[in-house]
Design a protein around this ligand. Structure first.
Ligand SMILES: N[C@@H](CCC(=O)N[C@@H](CS)C(=O)NCC(=O)O)C(=O)O
Length: 222
């Protein structure tokens, strides 16, 4: 998507396969916010170049630049979009108790599963710790299994119609779930033990905002 006319210029520094950037692409789509995708190739090390590090000293994607408001960390970006564009579809429910439940599910993925399984951690295990592909895959699957087992229960408790993590509208929990499921499929994880989670993810994947955000649909997809 490209900015139009008098809208504020929004840029998302993204890599097609990044789960964290995928979350933000979904949220921007759900909220109907136009943005320019600035492809930042992780395998080519574009996120470690001085220009990018000036935007985000962590050297991670995504970064959102909303007309000069530069925000890193996908969950901080989601919260920023929620507060800066209150007229757009909400990704958090109205009551504090419901918001807390949605955030708990989103954070279970973003803080407890994804950081253990992202590229730099897997590469460190292999290159610096001398672990084999087999051991690294075991590590990956272990943390997915732990996280997804708990999420399966949380979804069972909080879903309204079996098609969303919480209630019956799209929330931040859904925005975080779909990229993590995409990632798990990429690593050939058996998802059979998590039928409720898979049902929610498959239902979400068919929504236009989710379909447009998927890695294969990105301009930098390989
Ligand atoms: N907690 C961060 C995680 C960001 C992150 O780990 N990004 C990965 C891609 S999903 C990255 O940029 N990795 C670069 C690297 O591993 O060198 C967020 O939610 O934005």
């Amino acid at each position: 998507m490209t900015p139009t006319g008098d809208e504020r210029a929004m840029k998302l520094y993204s890599f097609f396969r990044s789960s964290a950037a995928y979350r933000v692409r979904i949220a921007l789509g759900v909220k109907g916010l136009a943005y320019e995708c600035v492809a930042t190739h992780l395998r080519r090390g574009e996120h470690r170049k001085p220009g990018y590090l000036a935007l985000n000293p962590q050297g991670l994607v995504p970064v959102l630049d909303d007309d000069g408001v530069v925000v890193s960390q996908s969950l901080a970006i989601l919260e920023y979009l929620e507060e800066a564009y209150p007229e757009t579809p909400r990704l958090l429910p109205a009551s504090p108790a419901d918001r807390a439940q949605v955030r708990a599910m989103a954070l279970a993925i973003a803080c407890d599963v994804h950081p253990l399984n992202n590229l730099r951690v897997l590469e460190y295990l292999k290159s610096r710790m001398g672990q084999s592909d087999e051991a690294t895959n075991l590590w990956y699957r272990h943390w997915i299994a732990e996280g997804f087992a708990a999420l399966e229960q949380a979804i069972g408790k909080h879903t309204g119609d079996g098609r969303r993590c919480f209630g019956d509208t799209v929330t931040m929990a859904d925005v975080c779930l779909v990229p993590q499921v995409y990632n798990a499929r990429r690593f050939a994880v058996d998802l059979a033990p998590y039928p409720a989670l898979v049902r929610v993810s498959e239902s979400l994947e068919s929504l236009p905002a989710f379909a447009k955000a998927r890695p294969e649909a990105q301009p930098d997809a390989e």
